[in-house]
Design a protein around this ligand. Structure first.
Ligand code: NAP
Length: 480
């Protein structure tokens, strides 16, 4: 674009890339705490803007200036539009789409680099090939994840031996990658076959993944797309791409393993098991009558789950000293966060100490509950981590569980035969009283029964979360 060949130009560009990389890292660091997350996103955004602007001065950009500007405007305009209108619960599919773009862009760079210069069999070629493999898998895998989450693709074909086919395809793609990496005169058709296998692998890996496992695989594709961009950055000798890619790749991988650990599901299990997609999760069963006429609702003992009505539950909350609210996926579905905060303020005005306990995998995406509670105006200092709150539940009067199930299931702690055994849980059963808001007999994401619901200190408040919390607000207002 600009004919500047002064030796200082490249130093200036590299210095700008360096600052952009520093901004990415500071941005990411700030994103680790909710209070500074917004600032972190802005820093990373400015880093990306700086890297983009300075690239226009790069001597390699001497052609296609108009095409680049049109592509930038199209991409930025579309992203701006979707980011403004996306609902919080639709965030995973939006991230999937972004990952697809990142992975696809890295794969395109690999194709161009490998065909433009011809195959030379050096290290840079090897890195471009691996970046191409990861980018292609992230591209098709993320696109499929997007379509599945969006509901566009509701029925997926089921093949027997899918895992064997997947592993076989991946191995073939890896073998061709090896040949391409170290060969100086591979036939161009091999490149085509390599990318075809990589693209198909992305589809087949994602095909059997359960829609509820999708956040984990989306996070994995995020890591793959990041790493692919980083590797292509090395091939292009572009430091901003290298740092941004490695930072995204490493953080994406950490998030993936943290999520998998918090759910007690090995990543290989999510990737190479076809059980999840076809698992029937029962939800929305009929709502039983919640008519408990007498006052001593907590004195009843039964082997079945006992219910409580809003009147008794409100009294329990209003006369408690300490209440902990545990939100879950049901709160997100019912958009009850605003009402919950209203209830909290009401209780606090009565002198009740209220805090929120958040499990790392509550809901269906990382930080799901944090985002919703922040949106409702719940101050960060009211939110307590699983490790901090678990030691305190025995001194809590009432725990109000709103649309959460697996994350409070004692089987994960006590039952070695349970499918969720080993997953850390919030020990709400140790509190004096537990009130669970849910619609009916629906199980959680894992599809298993929850022994908490039949515990002597637990009562179920049946109904939609938002409606029930509104009823609690009305009842608490009636109490003098
Ligand atoms: P959950 O185990 O899925 O339980 C949700 C509960 O909400 C159900 O018991 C359901 O019972 C109830 N519910 C649904 N709609 C409701 C409504 N409108 N009003 C009131 N209640 C409603 O949710 P969780 O306890 O938050 O646990 C999250 C699960 O998702 C974990 O197993 C986790 O491993 C998994 N997961 C999390 C992520 C992540 O990144 N956060 C990603 C993938 C998977 P009813 O049907 O009876 O109402």
């Amino acid at each position: 674009m600009i004919d500047l060949s002064a030796s200082g130009l490249m130093s200036f560009i590299n210095l700008a890339y360096f600052f952009a990389a520093v901004m990415f890292m500071f941005g990411l660091k700030a994103m680790s705490t909710p209070a500074r997350a917004r600032r972190g996103i802005v820093w990373a955004g400015f880093g990306m803007l700086l890297a983009t602007i300075v690239t226009f001065f790069h001597p390699a950009i001497d052609d296609n200036f108009l095409l680049i500007v049109v592509a930038l405007l199209l991409g930025a305009g579309t992203a701006w539009h979707f980011a403004r209108s996306v609902q919080i619960n639709d965030m995973p599919q939006m991230i999937a789409l972004y990952n697809a773009m990142g992975g696809g862009a890295a794969a395109c760079i690999a194709i161009i680099e490998l065909t433009r210069t011809g195959l030379s069999g050096d290290l840079l070629q090897g890195l471009a090939v691996i970046g191409g493999l990861l980018g292609s898998i992230a591209f098709t895998g993320s696109m499929l994840a997007y379509l599945k989450l969006r509901g566009t693709l509701q029925r997926v074909p089921r093949y027997s031996n899918l895992q064997v086919i997947n592993v076989g395809l991946l191995l073939i793609a890896l073998l061709i990658a090896l040949i391409l990496s170290f060969s100086a005169n591979s036939h161009p058709a091999l490149l085509f076959i390599f990318f075809l296998f990589a693209l198909i692998s992305g589809i087949l890996i994602t095909l059997p993944v359960g829609s509820s496992d999708m956040p984990v695989i989306i996070s994995l594709f995020n890591a793959m797309a990041g790493l692919a961009v980083g590797l292509e950055g090395v091939a292009l000798e572009n430091p901003a791409m290298m740092v941004a890619g490695v930072v995204v790749g490493a953080s994406g991988w950490m998030l993936t393993s943290l999520m998998a650990r918090a759910m007690n599901r090995p990543i290989a299990n999510i990737l190479f098991s076809d059980s999840a997609f076809f698992k029937q999760v029962e939800t929305g069963a009929d709502t039983p009558d919640s008519t408990l006429a007498h006052k001593s609702v907590w004195d009843q003992v039964s082997e079945e789950a006992l219910s409580i009505d809003a009147h008794d539950a409100a009294a329990d909350l209003a006369f408690a000293e300490r209440v902990v609210v545990v939100p879950g996926y049901g709160m997100a579905l019912s958009h009850a966060q605003q009402k919950l905060w209203e209830l909290t303020e009401l209780l606090e005005r009565r002198g009740v100490k209220v805090s929120f306990a958040i499990h790392p995998v509550a809901g269906r995406m990382p930080g799901h509950m944090n985002v919703l509670l922040a949106e409702a105006g719940v101050p960060y200092e009211k939110i307590v981590d699983i490790d901090d709150i678990n030691a305190e539940f025995s001194s809590v009067d009432v725990v109000l569980v709103v649309g959460a199930n697996d994350i409070v299931n004692p089987a994960a702690r006590d039952d070695a035969d349970s499918s969720i055994y080993g997953m850390p849980i919030l020990d709400v059963d140790k509190a004096s009283h537990v009130i669970v808001v849910k619609r009916g007999q629906g199980t959680g994401f894992s599809g298993i029964e929850n022994s908490l619901f039949v515990a002597v200190n637990c009562r179920l408040l049946y109904g939609d979360a938002q409606k029930m919390v509104q009823s609690l607000i009305s009842e608490v207002r009636e109490i003098q």
